[in-house]
Ligand binder design. Structure first.
Ligand code: SAM
Length: 325
């Protein structure tokens, strides 16, 4: 099988596929309140276009696809897209990142369509604080969504919590206990300076939080498969895993294995750089599959070595939901 390798010897085998830049939440560190600069739906890749691009990536050895956004479940007919992508030769892992507000409605259809793993964003278990961070008073819906996800059979389910100083930082112990109780993997995430919202978020280095939680819960170093950026601790019996995604305090670019395709068909070679390939224009100008393959390989060859979130925090103007988080 072909493999996609960048100029730093990293194999690219994972595509994060945004299906919309819109979201039904307004997390304080992501989409600004009143933001209206969303991409015109006419610019969104159609399901046919997405299927074609993913088939080409799969032929190039990209076996793992994650549906994301914006909030992917706000795009109509997502289970249908999931089923079409999972059926492609070479795609052997299809996962979803969601805020779970609509998950109770879609969980069983998504699972039946072949989505096997779920990441759910959950920054607080306290309803007023959840509403304050996300701009919407809907914690019960999210918890219902999680229950539905579990019942549908998703495994593992990972909870992603962005840690915000002075807001939810003191809640991390409670979140660990919640995830232990429900058999969820927890990942704590440092805020990234994407857009003014990301830059203005109250950044907390997770190094001290890691030490605090390791001691409090008696955790040991661990590994969770998936090739992602998180560094893990585990309970001694292995039943609970806690990951730390630390783009600022300890970046992980040397093991980066991914690229991102935005809803409007722009391939982002690095979350924290401007290097892109406009796949939508190529597709709509009638490029054939061989041309598409060549263009993708050439783009991967210029994947940047690393982001510069720490050195150049003012660099990235676009917010996370525009790239596909
Ligand atoms: N709506 C889906 C969800 O909630 O998982 C997928 C898209 S969302 C943009 C993906 C992840 O990016 C979420 O976990 C969110 O908390 C995170 N995120 C957004 N902006 C961020 C920022 N500036 N720094 C760190 N994480 C951010």
């Amino acid at each position: 099988m072909t493999t996609l390798q960048d100029s730093f010897g990293r194999n690219i085998e994972y595509l994060r596929l945004s299906v919309t830049d819109k979201c039904d939440l307004r997390c304080s560190y992501c989409i600004p309140k009143g933001f209206n600069d969303f991409e015109a739906p006419a610019h969104w890749l159609s399901f046919d276009e997405i299927e074609r691009v993913v088939a080409v990536f799969a032929r190039l050895g990209v076996a793992r696809i994650r549906l994301t956004g914006g909030e992917p479940l706000t795009r109509a007919r997502i289970p249908e897209l999931a089923q079409r992508l999972r059926a492609l030769s070479g795609v052997n892992d299809l996962s979803l990142s969601t805020n779970a507000t609509l998950l109770s409605r879609y969980a069983s259809d998504l699972f039946a369509a072949g989505v096997s793993r779920l990441n759910v964003s959950l920054d607080s278990l306290d309803a007023p604080r959840f509403a304050c961070i996300t701009g919407r008073d809907c914690l019960p819906q999210v918890l219902e969504g999680l229950t539905a996800g579990k019942l549908a059979g998703f495994s593992p389910i990972k909870i992603n919590m962005v840690v915000l100083g002075g807001e939810n930082e003191h809640e991390v112990e409670r979140m660990v206990e919640f995830c232990m109780e429900h058999d969820f993997i927890l990942r704590l995430i440092e805020t990234m300076p994407m857009g003014d919202t990301g830059r203005n978020a109250s950044y907390v280095s997770l190094q001290a939080v890691r030490q605090r939680l390791q001691k409090r819960f008696g955790l040991i170093d661990g590994v969770v498969s998936g090739g992602g950026p998180a560094r893990y601790l585990q309970s001694v019996d292995g039943s609970f895993s806690l990951g730390f995604i630390t783009p600022i305090s300890q970046h992980f670019c040397d093991t980066c294995n991914r690229v991102r395709l935005s809803a409007d068909g722009i391939l982002y070679l690095c979350l924290g750089q401007e290097d892109t390939l406009d796949l939508r224009s190529l597709l709509r100008d009638g490029i054939d599959d061989a041309g598409l393959e060549a263009a993708i390989c050439a783009a991967i060859a210029r994947k940047p070595e690393r982001h510069e979130f720490k050195e150049q925090p003012g660099k990235i103007v676009r917010i996370m939901s525009q790239t596909g988080g």
